[in-house]
Ligand binder design. Structure first.
Ligand SMILES: [Zn+2]
Length: 476
């Protein structure tokens, strides 16, 4: 039955797609061509070039009449493949101190590596098939990057002068690399990207099958920090074991960590998230637990119920998990060292120093030492962004117009985006896209990354209307 239902759905999707792709508007055609150009430009950290993609987009902006001084490629010293594009679309308000601050649109150009051998077809050739776009980056994050580009080029072509400046930043090193993207722009060129607030990835709509359930705005995110657990021992001949053993000591410490759970730490985004999500949660016991924890964050029974779902477990608190392990140096020698990497996702109400103090206490006197895996990095506290009322009301009105009476819910990502660097630099940042997908459907970072064709074009319209509204650029 499931198979039949699935293949019927595929047929319907395919016929809808066919009708759609034959009747693209000029705006949609432009977006699709930018999208394809970006996906087909390899921007993987190790072998690709973000600069190449940034230059291709810069050429489009210059050709559309943007002055050269407002289309800048910013390349960190000694990093020729890590060029960022910053475009300023000047508004009528000018840039005096009394003018409204700009609106920043952020998307990253780099993508996670994709091996040709792992994919049924070339991941750097964009395919449109069965109602989906396929290719590395079609979801993360070249859909939004191409949408922002196509929307600004279209506004320019129409002669629109926004009420306030709009800044577009297409950046490097979100997925990996050495912090040559937003983190670098914030420290080296803050004035070029300074804004009232930013629109970024991290939000979007949720589908149940083909039915829109909610539209989310990401207003907070957990911050990743890695710790190394290390234990050392003089070692010796394995034919004469001793009670002290580096591998056993590390195993005991990791077992203590596995049994530990950080306390519930809700914030101004997650508490209302649970309250509002209860109305669209299909599992009655989960919906009840959502309402209970929103009313009383100390409700441990509600926390226990929610924690059965790994996504909610992570939204409730800081989490730490062992992700790498190594130890010993020979089959016939007692281990002299054993190490593990522990990857933590720190709740916005906490920070890396608090977490290392907690882990030290949890591990206790096992003889295991704990340290930052990368010293002095990723310690950004990223307080949630209080929702900008004009953004929330514009997104809510548009959502109602496009998808009917579904809620718009501010959320916290358990994964990280570059929003944390902007928030830490005092630029409130919101993940909002109007791009809908079913849970896990896009398989971002994985094989056959995909995005619904319908969702892409809906996101194009949604972000077009939203940015015009927030920048004071009425449709001409
Ligand atoms: Zn991303």
């Amino acid at each position: 039955m499931r198979l039949i239902a699935a293949s019927l759905a595929t047929l319907v999707a395919a016929s809808t797609l066919h009708a759609q792709s034959t009747a693209l508007t000029p705006h949609q055609k432009l977006a699709r061509s930018v999208y394809q150009q970006l996906v087909e430009t390899n921007t993987v950290d190790s072998v690709g070039s973000v600069t190449k993609a940034a230059r291709a987009m810069a050429a489009r902006f210059r050709a559309a009449g943007f002055p050269a001084k407002d289309v800048q490629i910013l390349i960190p010293p000694g990093k020729p493949t890590k060029g960022n594009l910053v475009v300023r679309y000047r508004g009528s308000a000018g840039s005096s101190a009394s003018a409204p601050k700009p609106l920043l649109l952020l998307a990253h150009l780099d993508v996670v590596a994709a091996k040709r051998a792992d994919w049924p077809r070339d991941p750097f050739v964009m395919r449109e098939e069965n109602g989906y776009f396929y290719g590395r980056g079609v979801a993360d994050d070249k859909a939004m990057a191409s949408i922002f580009v196509a929307n600004l080029l279209t506004m320019k072509k129409e002669g629109v002068v926004p009420g306030r400046d709009i800044i577009l930043a297409l950046t490097a090193d979100e997925e990996g690399g050495d912090a040559n993207g937003v983190e670098w722009l914030v420290s080296a060129h803050k004035s070029l990207i300074d804004a009232a607030y930013a629109i970024n990835e991290g939000g979007g709509g949720l589908l149940d099958g083909d039915r829109p359930v909610l539209n989310s705005i990401q207003a907070a995110e957990k911050v990743p920090v890695n710790f190394t657990l290390t234990t050392t021992n003089p070692g010796g001949h394995s034919s004469v074991p001793r009670p002290d053993n580096a591998i056993y000591e590390l195993a005991i410490a990791l077992t203590k960590l596995a049994q530990f759970q950080f306390p519930v730490a809700l914030n101004e985004v997650t508490r209302p998230y649970f309250e509002r999500s209860a109305s669209v949660e299909p599992r009655p016991e989960m919906a009840a637990a959502m309402r209970a924890i929103a009313a009383n964050p100390a409700d441990s029974a509600a926390a226990a119920t929610l924690s059965k779902d790994p996504r909610f477990a992570s939204m409730l608190r800081t989490s730490c998990v062992a992700t790498r392990l190594s130890g010993g140096h020979a089959y016939n020698a007692l281990p002299q060292t054993a190490t593990a990497n522990v990857n933590c996702r720190v709740a916005p109400t906490s920070n890396a120093d608090e977490v290392i103090a907690t882990l030290t206490r949890v591990i206790g006197d096992t003889g295991v030492k704990i340290s930052f895996t990368v010293p002095n990095t990723e310690k950004f506290g990223a307080a949630p962004s209080a929702i900008e009322p004009e953004l929330l009301s514009a997104a809510t009105a548009l959502t109602k117009k496009m998808w009917g009476d579904i809620p718009v819910i501010p959320t916290m990502s358990t994964g990280a985006t570059d929003g944390r660097f902007l928030r830490a630099a005092g630029i409130p940042t919101y993940g909002v896209s109007g791009i809908f997908s079913a849970p896990g459907e896009t398989n971002a970072h994985g094989r056959d990354e995909k995005l619904r064709v319908k969702s892409y074009y809906e996101g194009l319209s949604f972000l077009d209307e939203l940015v015009r509204s927030l920048s004071g650029s009425p449709r001409t």
